[in-house]
Design a protein. Structure first.
Length: 393
């Protein structure tokens, strides 16, 4: 569809409107939105003037307006094994996918785009995804033969966030014919740069690092600069530097890592002893902050050039090409060169939201909402392919 085409769409599990943004970019009009998260509902109404405050389970078929496109990033729940003789719709009963299938069965929109986590494809040894696909075909829809797994970084958005997308066209006479949708010239991680979404002028104190975190990062940068290896291919666990033995109860992988830490210490004993003394033997550091992971190879020469996350496994430093999936972040990533956290606006850009979008006033809620959203640009690219395939028929 061209951007001047007028069509109607519904937005199930609508969140803050990632699908809404994508569809309206092509001239779509939202005729129904549904969600149960009170904060997302507030943001949706503020941005689009639509009240999405209705549970999809409470939407009767006759309440659904006629529409051309159904969009849904449905949550994945375990599918019932019971009732397989009653047809595919019965197999999905009790799950939120059933609500999607029910509406598709009642209204038969021309197109749909569904989105879910990559693990949906392998859930229950592939049975869940198989039931979903068979259900969609039984409702008269052509869908791709293979799972369509895409990530924003493949389209130049510096975030690795693999998701499975299921696009479909209503064509009951050819429902068994696979939908041909493929992408070429997709970008690799290293083809991206975080600079494409960063704001060098961001100065909100909310994103500043505490003195303690600055000390932790400074300490580990000094450690990295001082040891005799620049590609540290194992996690650095400071608690094992001075140990002489390795517990026989450890699994082999942990024994190997402990041994490598002991060897690193022995080769750099004078430097590390001085480093530990300077930083008071890391007293005041949490157990997490006493661990360090360098995952940059030789691409950068300092922590302050990388993207930093403080995870349970330690202070992790990665190349400044991509961010990990927003939804997976336990803590907001740190931009090394700016010595601050990723801002809410930058998180929005990682999901391709325009700067005109009004996020939740509560920044933690905003991070969560962007993490739960679909990536707008990925949906746009799929929709272009989907409608182009229909034009060829």
């Amino acid at each position: 569809m061209s951007k001047n085409t007028s069509f109607k769409f519904i937005d199930l599990f609508s969140g803050i409107g990632g699908f809404h943004q994508a569809m309206t970019a092509f001239g779509g009009q939202c005729v129904l939105a549904s969600d149960i998260d009170v904060n997302a509902i507030k943001v949706y109404k503020q941005n689009y003037g639509i009240d999405s405050n209705i549970n999809v389970r409470d939407i009767n078929d006759d309440m659904v307006p006629n529409h051309d496109v159904l969009c849904a990033g449905f949550p994945c729940q375990a599918f019932s094994k019971a009732g397989k003789q009653e047809g595919f719709l019965d197999q999905t009963r009790g799950t939120l996918f059933f609500e999607v299938a029910r509406i598709l069965n009642a209204k038969h929109p021309k197109y749909f785009i569904l989105e879910n986590v990559r693990n949906l494809v392998t859930h229950d040894n592939g049975n869940t995804f198989k039931i979903i696909c068979e259900t969609l075909r039984s409702l008269g829809y052509r869908i791709p033969k293979e799972a369509l797994i895409l990530s924003p970084h493949q389209f130049g958005i510096p975030q690795v966030r693999e998701r499975v997308y299921i696009p479909g066209i209503y064509d009951p006479k050819n429902a068994d014919k696979p939908l041909e949708i493929s992408f070429t010239n997709l970008k690799k991680k290293e083809d991206n740069s975080i600079d494409t979404i960063l704001d060098p002028n961001e100065c909100d104190p909310y994103y500043s690092l505490s003195e303690h975190i600055l000390d932790v990062l400074t300490a580990w940068d000094e450690f990295y600069q001082g040891v005799d290896v620049k590609v540290i291919g194992f996690p650095v666990w400071s608690e094992y530097f001075k140990t002489k033995t390795i517990s026989p109860s450890f699994p082999q992988w942990k024994k190997d890592f402990v041994r490598k830490n002991q060897e690193l210490y022995q080769r750099n004993k004078n430097f590390i002893d001085g480093w530990l003394k300077k930083w008071n033997n890391l007293k005041g550091f949490t157990p997490t902050e006493k661990k360090f992971e360098w995952q940059c190879g030789e691409n950068i020469k300092s922590i302050w050039e990388g993207v930093i996350q403080i995870r349970p496994s330690g202070v992790r430093v990665k190349k400044p090409d991509i961010f990990q999936a927003l939804v997976a972040l336990v803590q907001t990533p740190i931009i090394g060169k700016y010595k601050r956290k990723l801002s809410v606006r930058e998180a929005a850009r990682l999901q391709s939201f325009p700067d005109s979008f009004i996020p939740d006033d509560n920044k933690q809620q905003a991070y969560k909402q962007f993490g739960n959203s679909v990536n707008i640009n990925v949906v746009k690219e799929i929709f272009k392919k989907l409608t182009k395939e229909n034009d060829r028929r």
